[in-house]
Each structure stands twice: as C-alpha cells, then as structure tokens.
Design a protein around this ligand. Structure first.
Ligand SMILES: C[S@@+](CC[C@H](N)C(=O)[O-])C[C@H]1O[C@@H](n2cnc3c(N)ncnc32)[C@H](O)[C@@H]1O
Length: 296
C-alpha cells in the first residue's frame, strides 16, 4: 500500500501541474469529455442529466413537485444551452443560468437544430417553433425564457434579483466554485421561501486517466502543496458535510446527501489522504453525491 501511495502521490503532482499548465495556456476548457461537434452525445448527456435531476426531485419531494410554471436556476451550466431548452420544453416558465466562463458562445446553430429535432421526435406536445423563437432570442440578447448570464463575480443576486427562483439545479459544478459560503448565501437570497435545490457534486479528481485509477488523488496533498497548482476552477476539495453546514447556516432545511458513487472499501478510501481528510467527517468513500435541500 505504501508504495502504491507514493506512486499515486507523484503521479498526482504531474497531473496537477499539467492541469495548471493547460489552464494557463488555454483557459478553462470544455467541461464535457466530448466536443459539441459530437452533437448526439451532447444531447444524450443533457437529456440524461435533466431526467436524473427530475427523478431525484421526485424522490426528494415524494412526487409532490411539478416543474411546470417554475422559475429554474442552473449554476455552472457548461458548454451549451441544451439543458435549458429541455427544461423549458417540459414547462418551466423561465430557465436562468449563471457561469463565470462563457462556454456556450461558440456552439454552432446546427447543434440546437439537432436538439430541437430530437425534442420534436420524442414528444408531440412540445411547441418547437415557440422553443426555437426563445432560443433565437437568447442567442441574440433579446428577452427570453432561456436566460444565460456570464459574470466574473458570479453574483447571482445581482444577476437574477431577490426571491425570484423556485428551483435550483446544478451538475458537477459546485466543486469548482471559488467560495461555497458566498454562493450558498446568495442562493438563499435569490430563492423564494420553499424553493427546492437538487445538485450533483463530483468530489473526485478530475484529470481523466488518474480519475478512474485513484479517484481521491487530489486529497493526498496538504493545502500548501495543492494551492501551488491553484487556478480558477480547480476542484475546491469541499467535502459533503461542509456543504451541508453551509446550507444549514444560510437557512436551508431537510438537507439530504445521497452518495451516487462510492469506494466500497473504507480503508482504501482513506489510504494516503492528507491530514485534513483523514477524519470520518470527510466521508472519503463518497465520490459523487446528490445534495437536496429546501429553503425555509
Ligand atoms: C465540469 S463543468 C460542468 C458543466 C455542466 N454542468 C456539465 O455537467 O457538463 C463545471 C462548470 O462550472 C463552471 N465553473 C468553473 N469554475 C467556476 C467558478 N470558479 N465559479 C463558477 N463557475 C465555475 C464552468 O464554467 C462549468 O460551467
């Protein structure tokens, strides 16, 4: 085990250095492990993510929540507006999204044509021309049911206003945010009382090869080493119970954290971790989690 830990410790340093170098040379890169030019895969991904959120929402609210007529906020939407299109096609009155990186600017129109064709093929009830109009408005900066905001300060209160949101979704984005306390505090302001939040958080190492071999690799390093490789968007290493504490502090209740992916062998999950991640509170066996909560 000791040799294995040394091996992964050294490998991880190389991956952290490469990630930093890539960020310096190319900026924040496409979050999907495939390019939007692979349109059908991206469409499958977006639809899969929303369907998964909706199943989690139904479980959390015991089927008593409808998204129809709701104002939705997605944080860190990634590389295209497919998720917004799909949510509006399902009856959300407004889709809002906020990011610090403008990743959707370069999406070709043909991607959305394919997305709309998929929606037309899978549901006769969707008003495709109306949806296309909303998309066109969004892409030309006109008022639209699809509102995509890029703000370097990630200030969602300034972006969307107080008490304007019924439902919050996010996928594999919270682990990139600079300041979880500030984001949760602002979420409490933009959400209406009773608003529901469904977010999936990817706690794993993000670099591709090492992610599958050593999913907890980023937790092997003390803060002073990890911070040497810091760039905006590097995983923040916030653990599930720290998210829970932040949501509790800012007025959220009924907080559930469900592990979606785990390391079954607890000893393996903790082996070689830096001191900050060795107590049971760190829940190092959790690799990805779904956090649901309700605003008081
Ligand atoms: C891994 S991507 C996930 C994107 C999308 N939800 C998906 O599942 O494909 C992370 C998202 O968080 C955003 N992000 C990265 N760093 C951020 C930061 N410091 N503050 C806010 N958003 C950030 C990225 O621009 C991107 O949209």
């Amino acid at each position: 085990m000791a040799l294995k830990n040394i091996f992964y410790y050294l490998c991880g340093i190389v991956f952290l250095a490469l990630a930093k170098l890539k960020n310096v040379l190319m900026g924040y890169s496409s979050p999907k492990p495939f390019d939007v030019s692979e349109a059908e895969k991206c469409i499958d991904y977006d639809i899969g993510v929303v369907d998964h959120w909706l199943r989690q929402l139904a479980d959390y609210t015991k089927g008593e929540y409808s998204i129809v007529g709701k104002s939705v906020l997605e944080l860190g939407p990634g590389s295209d507006l497919g998720i917004g299109l799909y949510l509006v096609s399902k009856g959300c009155s407004q889709y809002n999204a906020c990011d610090v990186n403008n990743l959707v600017a370069t999406v070709p129109e043909s991607f959305y044509d394919k997305f709309l064709a998929r929606l037309a093929a899978t549901s006769a009830e969707v008003d495709i021309p109306a949806l296309a109009e909303q998309l066109k408005n969004a892409r030309t900066g006109q008022p639209s049911k699809l509102r995509y905001v890029v703000r370097d300060d990630f200030n969602i209160v300034s972006a969307f206003g107080r008490s304007s949101i019924d439902l919050v979704f996010s996928q594999a984005a919270f682990e990139h945010f600079d300041d979880i306390e500030a984001t949760v505090s602002q979420l409490s302001e933009v959400c209406k009382p009773g608003a529901v939040l469904v977010i999936e958080i990817d706690l794993m190492t993000h670099s591709r090869w090492i992610r599958e071999k050593d999913p907890n690799n980023i937790y092997r390093y003390p803060g002073y080493i990890y911070n040497m490789f810091w760039f905006r968007g590097i995983p923040n290493r916030v653990r599930p119970l720290q998210y829970k504490a932040a949501f509790e502090r800012f007025g959220w209740t009924d907080i559930t954290i469900t592990p979606l992916r785990k390391i079954e062998d607890r000893e393996q999950a903790y082996s070689g971790m830096a001191k900050d991640f060795t107590d049971g509170e760190s829940q190092m066996e959790y690799l990805t989690v779904m956090l649901c909560a309700r605003k008081q």
